[in-house]
Design a protein around this ligand. Structure first.
Ligand SMILES: Nc1ncnc2c1ncn2[C@@H]1O[C@H](COP(=O)(O)OP(=O)(O)OP(=O)(O)O)[C@@H](O)[C@H]1O
Ligand SMILES: [Mg+2]
Length: 272
């Protein structure tokens, strides 16, 4: 026959049960807090992604506007001038001034040459074929040459310590887009006169560093796309780097210039 528990034993069991209930209550409150935190983080992230995707659409629209502008102002003008020249030459030919028509047609050659160069520049800026044909190292050199012609006051010190075959194909576009955006930012915002550009491979790490000696800025102000109307360029460089399996860091301070660093561990690179 089982004996009845004593009063003290019953009291002990009740205390143990109360302690257990207390623990469970605490754990439930902790779980609620964590889930609240996660929910808030998720909401923030969703908002950031929504903003990013709307900025992406805007950027696409802006890009189209820019290309339309380039085609209209640059190519359109060259073609109108060429058409006018041919019309003049035809008139001269059908009239009594055939030698003049020859001069008009001769003037057409540099005009068409210029138009063809302009088309090449527009196409190169969209997606330089040199990237596919000659690779990232040749593209970086080409980009630096172009940059020098546009921004003669900025000296670019280039250090390349990697071979072409060490850069996976999937990373080449990412590196080029980061380079384009970072160098455009330097020209637009930094007032720098020197840029150090480094692409290297040490051990198993590919690193791109772009550093300027310009005015610098407060990185905290533009850390997320949501914090202001600005920041699409930096956000997209960061997203591109992280989507391709790398890490992205930007450090800057007023009067101390800006340093941007993107690194990829060789085994972790993903194609995007
Ligand atoms: N190298 C730099 N030197 C000084 N300020 C910079 C530099 N790079 C970025 N900034 C500052 O950070 C801000 C955000 O740069 P970001 O590239 O994200 O946007 P943006 O250049 O203003 O516009 P977008 O790139 O979308 O055309 C800039 O407006 C500028 O104030
Ligand atoms: Mg920018």
């Amino acid at each position: 026959m089982t004996r009845k528990p004593t009063y003290e034993e019953l009291e002990q069991t009740v205390r143990a049960l109360e302690k257990d209930a207390e623990k469970r209550k605490k754990a439930a409150a902790e779980a609620r807090k964590t889930s609240g935190r996660l929910e808030r983080r998720l909401k923030e992230r969703t908002k950031e992604l929504e903003l990013l995707s709307s900025k992406l659409l805007n950027a696409q629209e802006e890009e189209r506007k820019r290309i339309a502008g380039d085609l209209h102002d640059v190519i359109g003008q060259s073609l109108s001038a060429a058409k006018f020249t041919v019309e003049t030459a035809l008139e001269q030919m059908s009239g009594d001034r055939p030698t003049l028509s020859l001069n008009s047609l001769r003037a057409l050659v540099p005009m068409l040459q210029k138009a063809s160069e302009e088309v090449r520049t527009i196409v190169m800026n969209l997606r330089p074929s040199i990237l596919d044909n000659l690779g990232i190292l040749a593209t970086i050199s080409w980009f630096c040459r172009q940059y020098k012609t546009f921004y003669a006051a900025i000296v670019v010190e280039k250090k390349i310590d990697i071979s072409e075959r060490d850069v996976p194909d999937s990373l080449k576009t990412t590196i080029f887009r980061i380079l384009q955006e970072a160098m455009n930012n330097i020209a637009k915002h930094s007032m720098a006169d020197t840029v150090q550009l480094c692409l290297e491979k040490t051990d198993n790490l590919i690193t791109l560093i772009i550093q300027d000696n310009g005015c610098g800025f407060n990185v905290k102000n533009i850390r997320s796309v949501g914090s202001s109307g600005k920041g699409f360029g930096i956000t997209s460089m960061k997203e591109r780097t992280e989507l391709s399996g790398g890490t992205f860091q930007i450090t800057s301070a007023y009067g101390k210039g800006t340093k941007l660093q993107a690194s990829w561990e060789c085994g972790q690179i993903r194609s995007i």
